[in-house]
Design a protein around this ligand. Structure first.
Ligand SMILES: NC(=O)c1ccc[n+]([C@@H]2O[C@H](COP(=O)([O-])OP(=O)(O)OC[C@H]3O[C@@H](n4cnc5c(N)ncnc54)[C@H](OP(=O)(O)O)[C@@H]3O)[C@@H](O)[C@H]2O)c1
Length: 345
């Protein structure tokens, strides 16, 4: 008989948590008991799952010991405190926040790329019992880079992102909506989640500034790409928030070690699991974030040679940041764990 899992979703009322619950249902992951956890202010709220109403519980009072896996997305600070508590009871944690990603003894996984890392991780009896899900902008970029890096070594990537407000949580989505409405109705623009007006504007500032001039979001793209794909790839990133509700876009310029033809790149991208190449050099022949919302694939468009360097390609990548950028990737990690029977019961 198929094993059924006890799964806890931490941050269940948030953008990522809600998407995780929806994807678990869509993909029919075998679940015995689903616990939905959030802060005390959400205690008692109801979340629909498989035609049942699940009552949201307070994370602070929850016991993880009867749960096989907990999918965490309550923010880095809360994960830093509660993920180890859950993991120490024997419950495997798959964490969506940035807190554990760069820790040496925590695997940072995109299943299409490096799920093989999990074999040795689960053989280690002293493992932390935490797996990290990468940053949304990193995930969609590395999925597109992987088949190209397999064709010709990538030396350097220059990326500019166009990131939707859902990447900053549900309140940020409300802020874009309220500001847009306010501007049309001649009301004041209220700023809370963004440093500047986001409606009808773009903001070259995602997450806090670091001493080196990068923002944390830019540094995540640099560090995580090295950890997931290859430590020798140099990345220059500029991360920009745009007034789009769902779907991150990226303009990416790639410098290779040796020559690579457009045709070979096209074929490699087309054949790679999780990528949809939509690239017709005409009106509507490319994907925009609105079309990516609700989709599982990452979309590659505008593929072309960069004639200013010896071995360069430019492309445009779009993906639903809440799905492949967060919830879907986390559920795919969970499916990989289940398929390989990494948890011994
Ligand atoms: N959105 C993305 O594209 C994306 C992608 C990758 C990673 N992430 C990461 O995932 C995390 C969550 O993002 P999100 O977009 O889902 O944010 P969100 O919409 O603001 O949701 C936050 C969730 O965390 C819960 N939470 C907050 N404080 C808590 C506490 N003290 N105890 C328990 N639960 C608490 C909230 O519960 P209440 O409703 O009760 O407040 C809510 O369920 C962040 O670390 C983010 O960086 C997001």
């Amino acid at each position: 008989m198929e094993k059924k899992y006890n799964i806890a979703v931490v941050g269940a009322t948030g953008n990522v948590g809600r998407e995780i619950i929806q994807i678990l249902e869509e993909r029919n992951f075998p679940i015995n008991n689903l616990a939905c956890l959030a802060s005390s202010k959400s205690e008692g709220k109801k979340i629909e799952f498989q035609n049942k109403n699940i009552v949201v519980k307070n994370l602070e009072k929850f016991e993880f010991d009867k749960f096989d896996v907990a999918l965490f997305s309550p923010g880095a600070k809360i994960s830093s405190k509660f993920a180890p508590i859950a993991a120490n009871t024997g419950c495997l944690v798959i964490d969506n926040t940035s807190h554990f990603r760069m820790q040496k003894d925590v695997p940072l996984i995109v299943p299409e790329i490096n799920s093989d890392k999990l074999d040795s991780y689960f053989k280690n009896k002293n493992r932390k019992n935490i797996i990290s899900n990468p940053n949304c902008s990193t995930i969609q970029m590395v999925v597109a880079l992987k088949p190209l890096h397999d064709l010709a070594i990538i030396n350097r990537v220059v990326v500019s992102t166009y990131q939707s407000v859902s990447g900053k949580g549900k309140e940020a989505m409300d802020e874009l909506f309220e500001q847009t409405k306010g501007i049309f109705t001649n009301n004041n623009v209220q700023k809370k989640n963004f440093t500047k007006q986001i409606a009808f504007n773009v903001i070259p500032h995602c997450d806090d500034f670091l001493d080196n001039g990068n923002t944390k979001e830019e540094q995540k793209m640099i560090d995580e790409t090295k950890k997931i794909l290859d430590p020798n790839i140099e990345v220059v990133a500029t991360c920009v928030r745009v007034p789009v509700f769902i779907g991150h876009s990226e303009s990416v310029n790639i410098e290779f070690d040796s020559s690579i033809t457009e045709e070979a790149a096209r074929k490699a991208l087309q054949n790679f699991n999780g990528i949809s190449l939509v690239d017709h050099r005409k009106d509507e022949g490319y994907i925009t974030p609105v079309e990516s919302a609700g989709e599982d694939k990452i979309f590659v468009s505008r593929l072309r040679k960069d004639h200013t360097i010896d071995n360069g390609l430019s492309l445009w990548i779009v993906s639903d940041n809440l799905r492949k950028g967060a919830a879907l990737n986390a559920v795919q990690i969970l499916e990989t764990v289940a398929k390989n029977k990494y948890l011994s019961f």
